[in-house]
Write a protein that binds this ligand. Structure first.
Ligand SMILES: [Zn+2]
Length: 315
């Protein structure tokens, strides 16, 4: 679960990538550590990236990954705000790639304030969407907005889970930091949607609010709530990773990678969560999808975190 599609629209997908300053440097760094030259940012990035990613999936323990579209920022009245945000990956990109590559399961992305939100949802369901992904704090989505009830109810009826970013974010620009709060997800949960809180509501930067305990508290009230441990094999987001092995939490944990976010296990070794030989063995794995998986296995996560999504996704 939780693998990002990235593209620049050079081949006519309608998507775009606009990177400035720190985000441009970060994107080049991420591509280079995947073995993709930074010059791909100016070429047909969609094709280069998709081919490379499919090879990585084939070389990993995973049969398939959920490949995510990325919606544009919208105002609450549904007006698209292309002056905000750093990228747009249209739903047709991931729906199309999933038809070419059996390794990819399409995760679509729809701002529920869009005037055509329900039509787009129906179109994506017909196209085989397995989940809907959004980043409330980056795309300006208040999931508790009561106007979205028909949208959440349609998702619930179709068995389409919501994967919502929770907690801080530093790889794409934040529009409204308050929307990172997992408590805003109570409304789609009450509408019957299966909700997966990406990163289990943990902080990304040192100054972010940490919502992990709020998310844990919600687990007992909402049996349809889960969390993914994507991007948590990292220097900045690993703080609560071992807490996710606790009895009451572990059955709600799903494996996600957040590819192409770098997989770095150094802090887990420094904190003595894993020994030096284990750290070296895992960190040396060239395939980042497999490196992420092996670190999680070394910490004590079982195969169930990777097989559990099969029972939740709309397959
Ligand atoms: Zn992500």
């Amino acid at each position: 679960m939780h693998v990002h599609m990235v593209g620049n629209g050079v081949a006519g997908s309608g998507g775009w990538l606009r990177l400035k300053g720190w985000h441009k440097w970060l994107a080049g760094f991420m591509l280079r550590q995947l073995g993709i030259p930074a010059s791909a940012l100016e070429g047909d990035l969609e094709s280069i990236y998709a081919d490379h990613l499919a090879q990585l999936v084939r070389g990993s323990s995973m049969d398939a990954v959920v490949l995510l579209a990325h919606e544009r920022v919208h105002d609450p009245d549904g007006t698209p705000r292309d002056d905000l945000g750093s990228m747009f990956v249209p739903n047709d990109v991931v729906l199309g790639l999933a038809k070419t590559f059996p390794e990819f399961l399409p995760g679509v992305s729809i701002h529920p304030a869009r005037r055509d939100a329900l039509d787009e949802l129906d179109r994506c369901l017909a196209g085989g969407a397995v989940l809907m992904k959004c980043l409330p704090n980056c795309q300006n989505i208040d999931c508790s907005d009561k106007r979205y009830r028909p949208f959440w109810e349609r998702m619930a009826a179709a068995g389409l889970p919501l994967l919502a970013h929770t907690g801080g974010e530093h790889t794409v620009p934040v529009v409204n930091a308050a929307l990172a709060d997992p408590k805003l997800l109570r409304f789609p949960l009450e509408c019957g949607v299966t909700v997966i809180a990406a990163h289990c509501a943990t902080r990304s930067g040192a100054f972010d609010h940490d919502y992990f305990d709020d998310w844990v508290e919600m687990l007992s009230k909402f049996p349809n709530l889960y969390g993914d441990i994507s991007a948590m094999i990292s220097l900045n987001r690993c703080g609560h990773l071992r807490d996710c092995l606790r009895g009451g939490i572990a059955p709600r944990i799903l494996h996600g990678s957040d590819f192409p976010v770098p997989v770095l296990g150094h802090r887990m070794w420094l904190q003595r969560w894993i020994d030096w030989p284990t750290f070296r063995r895992c960190q040396r794995i060239a395939n980042p999808l497999e490196r992420d998986w092996e670190f999680k296995r070394a910490l004590g996560f079982t195969n169930e975190i990777a097989t559990r999504p099969a029972g939740l996704l709309r397959l």
